[in-house]
Design a binder for this molecule. Structure first.
Ligand SMILES: [Zn+2]
Length: 96
């Protein structure tokens, strides 16, 4: 894998890490949080199917080897909704 590329925990797609959302189990506190922190990390595409599979099959819990608090999934879904609302009012032409 190239440096700075990561793999989605749901669809296993490989892409530059900044295209993913990052979920971290912080090394010192063992708390699970988004985006920031040092520790075991999981990456997921900001896509409905990936979020759905990750929450349904508890992929995050398996990858991070801990219980994932409900609010982590809730926050990811909130982000997804915001992102998609933003895209629906965007004036950019769709990629073809
Ligand atoms: Zn994915």
């Amino acid at each position: 894998m190239q440096p700075n590329y990561r793999r989605c925990i749901s669809c296993r797609k490989i892409a530059p890490k900044q295209t993913f959302w990052r979920i971290v189990r912080v090394h010192s506190s063992r708390q699970v949080q988004l985006d920031k922190g040092m520790g075991r990390s999981a990456y997921i595409c900001p896509h409905e199917s990936c979020l759905y599979n990750a929450s349904k099959k508890n992929r995050l819990g398996k990858v991070l080897r801990t219980n994932i608090p409900d609010n982590i999934y809730r926050t990811l879904w909130n982000r997804w909704h915001r992102l998609n609302n933003a895209e629906s009012i965007s004036t950019k032409p769709p990629n073809s």
